[in-house]
Design a protein around this ligand. Structure first.
Ligand SMILES: Nc1ncnc2c1ncn2[C@@H]1O[C@H](COP(=O)(O)OP(=O)(O)OP(=O)(O)O)[C@@H](O)[C@H]1O
Length: 552
């Protein structure tokens, strides 16, 4: 079966029975983070992260601003080299994947597009780079609900349309792993609902779906599992239901005939605490209490599960006020450096009784909103196709060609000696009309990531030194492990420039990708550099550090 008939591009994708058989579905892969750390000068952005992301589920990657989510995802995609530890996709580091684009589709941060290029032509560039048939472009635009605006220039797109276009790029090769950084940014409520449905559908098909967000509420309705980090440290991993301890919950119950209720509870041997209005019962859930009352013929006026709100638990975890045995504890929290097993003893305490006690007035306690089941009443399972047609009618947000900023323009010259990317490295299994590049050196790979252009990673990237923080590019490159050690030993935090320029600074892969992107004309056809340009490029390469030293 040809790849373009599989997965999201299957002609029969509405056929649930056949989808369930997962015939020819792209394979989800386990993502494994092992002791992963990244230091930028004095900033330990990611600190010994060990976690596992399973296929067939949507995993939410949560943390407040600056917690290290993007850095972690960039390490996953081989765009930032770890200071320690490793991260693998199906057991392989990204740079060593045989078919990277077919394996992982990613959208990191907000994507940027050539404002004068149409959505279809923008994707054609990706398709050519990945050695995919041009037909895939229309299919991907259809999946994200942009088919109607395929011929419109990206410059006139709204933020939500940009998000969809970035997603189309990630889906182009029908990958088994989807990695999305804050995917609902800029989407309207309908778009958010659509995105949730799409993610659920992708997971249902057996793919691995990892989605970052800084808001629990944003992903609560979509995710099966959570990974929460704070200041680079893992503070929780598991299912949403595991966030709170069952002992934190109590059942609040009341009846117009309270004496009869009390008698029924006592008869059943259940202890209770009287509240201003009602009774609190611990250790028996609402179903159990309801059954006892029903058996005794007691009508109830209140029956409610009370406990800390999930958001409260989330804030407690990221602020170090709570710890969970599945995590390391937030930086600076008591016991933060203790091994996870030792943390089990101090897990999830503190707010249960307060919540239950405060629940005197039914419906006003701190946990009042808890009981909403994450999935209840949400259209998560709605087929993505069902809503995207409507969403394609998003307000374009401006006239064609007006948008001006494109990441990569005005970039510093690239300092690298990597091969000019012309096609995906491995087109095995691609379609007949694929355009493989026979001359591509083994191991070069392309990640649709970060800036919405194509980042370039080499298989031997791990062996290369890199520059970490802005301002360090002019220093001679040296192996990162040595620098990291020095930073620790010296004990003096490295003086970072006032503005570390993180968002302005381009990595080597950003610059190279931008050059690559600009080598295509508006029709999505790649232009060969003129003789003079080629010579310049060659001499740049010769004179620059041979180590590709500006990759973070
Ligand atoms: N290239 C860099 N140079 C210096 N510091 C960096 C660099 N990249 C990230 N950092 C720092 O690492 C920390 C983690 O940043 P990161 O972008 O990974 O967090 P995040 O969780 O994705 O945040 P947000 O939700 O705001 O996007 C921050 O303190 C950030 O300033």
């Amino acid at each position: 079966m040809q790849r373009h008939e599989r997965g999201i591009f299957r002609k029969d994708r509405g056929d649930t029975a056949r989808n369930d058989e997962r015939l020819g579905m792209p394979e989800g892969q386990v993502l494994e983070f092992s002791g992963l750390s990244k230091r930028f000068g004095s900033i330990l952005a990611v600190d010994s992260l060990t976690a596992r992301v399973e296929p067939g589920a949507v995993t939410g990657f949560l943390g407040p601003n600056g917690a290290g989510k993007t850095t972690t995802l960039r390490m996953l995609l081989g765009l930032v080299r770890p200071s320690a530890g490793q991260v693998t996709i199906g057991g392989m580091p990204y740079a060593k994947l045989a078919q990277p684009l077919q394996t992982v589709g990613a959208v990191l941060e907000s994507s940027s597009f050539h404002p004068g290029r149409t959505a279809a032509n923008h994707l054609k560039v990706y398709a050519q780079a990945a050695g995919l048939p041009a037909a895939r472009v229309d299919e991907a635009l259809g999946v994200v609900g942009l088919a109607d605006v395929a011929g419109r220039k990206c410059g006139g797109f709204s933020l939500g349309m940009h998000q969809r276009l970035g997603l189309a790029g990630a889906l182009l090769a029908d990958p088994g792993v989807l990695v999305l950084d804050e995917p609902t940014n800029g989407l309207d409520p309908e778009g958010i609902t659509w995105m949730r449905g799409l993610l659920r559908e992708m997971a249902k098909q057996g793919r691995t779906v990892l989605v970052s967000s800084h808001l629990l509420a944003e992903v609560q309705q979509t995710v099966d599992r959570l990974m929460i980090i704070s200041a680079g440290r893992l503070v929780f991993q598991g299912e949403i239901g595991d966030l709170t301890d069952p002992s934190e919950f109590a059942t609040v119950v009341d009846a117009p005939d309270r004496a009869a209720l009390v008698a029924a509870l006592e008869q059943a041997g259940i202890s209770y605490e009287p509240l201003r209005a009602g009774l609190t019962v611990r250790g028996v859930d609402a179903v159990g209490i309801g059954r006892i009352a029903a058996d005794a013929g007691v009508a109830l006026s209140v029956l409610q599960r009370r406990g800390p709100a999930l958001e409260e638990v989330f804030f407690g975890l990221v602020n170090g006020l709570r710890m969970h045995p599945s995590g390391q504890g937030a930086a600076g929290a008591p016991g933060a450096s203790a091994p996870a097993a030792a943390l089990a003893a101090v897990a999830t305490t503190g707010t249960a009784s307060e919540s239950a006690e405060a629940a005197g007035d039914a419906g006003t306690g701190p946990g009042a909103a808890d009981d909403a089941a994450p999935e209840a009443g949400t259209p998560d399972d709605a087929a993505p196709d069902a809503t995207m047609g409507d969403a394609a009618g998003d307000d374009p947000g401006g006239p064609d060609g007006e948008a001006s900023d494109e990441t990569g323009t005005g970039a510093e010259p690239a300092e690298h000696s990597e091969p000019e990317p012309t096609a995906a490295p491995d087109t095995a299994g691609a379609d007949d009309d694929a355009t493989p590049d026979a001359g591509e050196p083994a191991g070069a790979a392309f990640a649709v990531a970060s800036t919405g252009v194509i980042d370039i990673v080499t298989a031997d990237a791990e062996a290369e030194p890199e520059t970490e923080a802005a301002g360090a590019e002019s220093e001679p490159a040296e192996p990162e492990s040595t620098r990291a050690e020095e930073e620790v030993v010296a004990g003096e935090p490295e003086q970072l420039p006032e503005d570390d320029g993180r968002h302005e600074q381009q990595t080597e892969s950003d610059v190279a990708a931008d050059e690559f992107f600009h080598s295509f004309d508006e029709d999505g056809t790649q232009q060969q550099p003129s003789g003079e340009e080629a010579e310049d490029a060659a001499s740049d390469t010769d004179s620059d550090a041979p180590d590709g030293g500006d990759r973070r």
